[in-house]
Design a protein around this ligand. Structure first.
Ligand SMILES: Cc1ncc(COP(=O)(O)O)c(C=O)c1O
Length: 405
């Protein structure tokens, strides 16, 4: 046989840059499980796995749609009723758009991928916060564009460093990504920071990509759209049913392109790309309509549950010698920092914690922070009792790790 016929089939080099630590780290957890230790997964922000439940009226909307035979391809931009519901929601949040500037997507994730693919050539630059949600860097690696990281500062409540953002803008800048409320830091940005970011995008004529998937999960109540008050600014907003409507597996999301004619070509390009993937998940689009037009009382209880967990988390982690954490104000993430001994990395700490206790977090370098800075991310969706015992284990492990270093 020809020797070539037995050699590994090559994969594209772009895969080398496609890294998604939140799921990649599970390989390590499986090894720990195979060795007989129970793993407590604090790596993925999925409320369902921690016992939170999808609201019944959304399940009924999908059930009704399926039984009524709504099982064919939907329009590639999404069904009109869902787009109208998204447009009305954007309007309520201060970003008026018509339904023809809304595209229904397979989660926020697909919207992000469509927008970046439509906007950035290979070699172009996109401003991304650090720490970041890793999908941004992964998609940019795939399309060959460059992620240019702007700092968010833990010493100032994880606020974006506006001077740093300004200093990074070049003629090759194609978009500015803002995640507010933020994963992985749990921060929400005050109006002055939001205003400065929108004005920068507006003045330099590139879109602000507003990741607003946690907008309803700020502990003080839903936050307005980042574009609110700036009807002529170029903003593309993304969200989904995944978090605030407790249906991440449905892959039901949307994007809304602000009304400025400057974004008409981008909207056209996004719709062209959307045609190529036929449609988002059809029956779930009916749940978008039900969610945005319907009862949201589940969010009150969900926010209260998250706030209680956030307070417990902040208090317990800050009480551990060698760890400090900024109190989150939204969502279900924190980004603590452990003071690492010289020569150690965030991965040494996180993998050590996993092997010693079965507690799985994600190292900060998976979100773009420096390995020696010692950041790691915790998803605090587990029950307060489970979290409390997890924080006992983290405290014990950290003592040993720092003592033996
Ligand atoms: C900031 C951020 N953006 C996007 C996503 C993806 O969400 P979706 O399930 O809507 O694709 C997540 C998921 O964790 C996220 O944290």
């Amino acid at each position: 046989m020809d020797a070539r016929a037995t050699s590994p089939i090559p994969v594209a080099s772009r895969i080398g840059g496609f890294v998604y630590a939140i799921r990649n780290i599970v390989t390590e957890a499986r090894k720990v499980e195979a060795a007989g230790r129970r793993v407590r997964y604090l790596n993925i922000g999925d409320p369902i796995t921690f016992g939170f439940e999808t609201p019944q009226h959304l399940i009924e909307a999908v059930d009704r749609a399926i039984r009524a035979g709504q099982n064919g391809y939907a329009p590639s931009v999404g069904i009109l009723a869902a787009r109208e519901a998204v447009a009305a929601e954007c309007d309520r949040r201060g970003m008026p758009v018509s339904p023809d500037r809304v595209v229904i997507t397979s989660g926020t994730s697909e919207g992000i991928e469509l927008a970046l693919t439509a906007l950035a050539e290979a070699g172009d630059e996109v401003l991304i916060p650090v720490p970041t949600y890793p999908l941004y860097t992964a998609v940019l690696a795939k399309i060959g564009a460059r992620a240019v990281f702007y700092r968010t500062d833990p010493d100032r409540g994880w606020m974006p460093d506006l001077e740093h953002v300004r200093s990074l803008i070049t003629p090759a800048t194609r978009a500015l990504v803002v995640i507010d409320p933020n994963n992985p830091t749990g921060a929400t940005y005050p109006v002055e920071i939001r205003r400065a970011l929108v004005e920068l995008a507006d003045r330099h004529n590139f879109p602000l990509l507003a990741d607003e998937v946690y907008a309803d999960l700020a502990f003080d109540g839903p936050v307005p759209a980042i574009a609110a008050g700036y009807p002529d600014a170029p903003v593309i907003s993304f969200s989904s049913l995944s978090k605030a409507y407790l249906a991440p597996g449905w892959r039901a999301g949307w994007m809304a392109v602000s009304s400025t004619p400057r974004l008409d070509d981008a909207l056209g390009a996004i719709k062209k790309l959307a045609d190529g993937r036929l449609c988002a998940t059809g029956p779930m689009e009916h749940a978008i309509t039900a969610a945005l037009n319907g009862d949201r009382s589940h969010q009150v209880a969900f926010r209260a549950a998250l706030q209680a967990r956030a307070e417990l988390t902040t208090q317990r982690l800050n009480a551990i010698d060698g760890i400090k954490v900024v109190a989150p104000t939204a969502a279900f993430y924190v980004m603590p920092q452990v003071t690492l001994p010289p020569g150690k990395t965030d991965a040494d700490y996180v993998l050590g914690l996993l092997r010693a206790t079965g507690v799985l977090c994600v190292y900060g370098s998976g979100f773009g922070t420096k390995p020696e800075d010692g950041f790691f991310r915790i998803v605090f969706l587990a029950s307060p009792e489970d979290l409390s015992s997890i924080y006992d284990d983290i405290a014990e492990f950290t003592r040993t790790f720092l003592r033996n270093a």
